[in-house]
Design a protein around this ligand. Sequence first.
Ligand SMILES: Cc1cc2nc3c(=O)[nH]c(=O)nc-3n(C[C@H](O)[C@H](O)[C@H](O)COP(=O)(O)OP(=O)(O)OC[C@H]3O[C@@H](n4cnc5c(N)ncnc54)[C@H](O)[C@@H]3O)c2cc1C
Length: 459
Amino acid sequence: MEKTYNLIIVGAGMAGLCAAAEAAAQGAKVLVLEKEEEIGGSSLLSGRFMAFAETDLQKKEGIQDSTQLLVDDLLTVGQGKNEVSLIEAYGENQYETYQWLVQKGVQFHAVQAVSGHSVPRGHTITPSQAISTLYQYAVDTGNVTVELEASVKRLRKNSEGRISAVIFEKNGLEYIAKSDQGIILTSGGFSRSEELLEHFAPQLKGALRIGGKGNVGDGIKLAWEHGAWVRDLPYLQGTYGFHPTADGPRKNQAHVFYKGAIVINKQAKRFVNESISYKLIGTEALKQPEGITYQVWDQEIMKENVPGDALYDFEKLNELGLIDKANSLEELAELISVPKAQLVQTVDEYNQDILAGGDKEFGRTTLTHTFGKPKTICRAPFYAMRTTVAMLATYAGLAVNEGAQVLNPFHEPIPGLFAAGEIVGGFHGAGYMTGSSLGKAAIFGRIAAQTALKTEITL
Ligand SMILES: Cc1cc2nc3c(=O)[nH]c(=O)nc-3n(C[C@H](O)[C@H](O)[C@H](O)COP(=O)(O)OP(=O)(O)OC[C@H]3O[C@@H](n4cnc5c(N)ncnc54)[C@H](O)[C@@H]3O)c2cc1C
């Protein structure tokens, strides 16, 4: 039997659940369709940073920040290729969305310096806590129905040309559900789609595939069929920092380079300024001989270990046997099979440059982005972690306006169709700033619901 809802939301990650919670609070009847047997998608696997400015947590740490600085950073990292209206919408809604999340029960623990930000701005969440809290809030309103293992296969228009129904499959059966206010695509990116990655980013062939199991670009294809335009495909990049054993739930990831490690290739040579975006480091890493690279650091940097942190718990990776440790650089070179003399020379030259005030070879003057001072690597024991690139999020996809309406190639909204989260393109432009993907999922998930519910319907 066909049922009609006010809104249908495709995908139950951060964006879908924020859209559902927002709509439910306004009294709308909502159907959330999630293809997998559990909710959460990539949001559940995420490194847990959300980019917000002017928050209580920052103020507690004495961090001076402003919405304008956050907006400027997003545009700088995106190299001016981002859609300014989307960045402005992020700025206008970021603080209110932070407070909204807190009010819904999402817990923020701390603020950290993360890639692309002028000041520490990575607000940490526990993804499972955030996802289950938003889900529970939405369901407890009594207005939201969540169907698991319900995969949306096609979108359908009504006789006026408005997107108004989905065809979905559950338990081998096909169903139709109708919506009178709109359909919101929050089905994530395509980091698990060999087909789309081979087509749009063949340069990422050697990268690991990490991300929600269901993130194969379904939503993008659903919208393409109805004339959606796409943005940011030329800027698809992998993420540097994973041990080759990483898969998804097992992240095996460390950003020691943002605490002072250098990054070398199989010839024991540096090839990049380690303070730049890990996306850009990833692009360079894939060009190295056999794609093999290592992070190398010393005991002083090892002290920066943050137990339990997704990116900075180096001791845990050590305990897992994923880090090589040696009392001299020569011994370390032997352990990781790189030329001994070259490793010693690379580290010596780097140390001399840092002591003299700046790295001459690649211009490193900070730890991450504009933050922190690089350190010499001279105190034994020395450490190395084989590190590779993973495709964990695509950040390229459907063109939308600041109201989260999906646009056609002529920048016109496709009636009835909305999108938010990783499925959207045009927001990040040429570079991704840490924490802004979960941030934009929450912000634009809510905006999509708000726009859909106030859009006048002519059924
Ligand atoms: C390892 C890792 C670390 C990351 N770290 C960070 C970080 O620290 N900060 C940050 O900002 N970003 C981070 N990201 C990126 C970020 O997690 C994602 O971009 C974001 O969570 C996407 O949220 P979303 O709601 O758009 O999609 P998702 O959370 O992926 O949810 C999409 C959902 O849609 C479902 N779906 C797909 N197709 C269909 C269909 N046809 N029918 C029904 N359902 C469907 C999927 O199964 C999935 O559950 C990270 C990503 C990964 C993988």
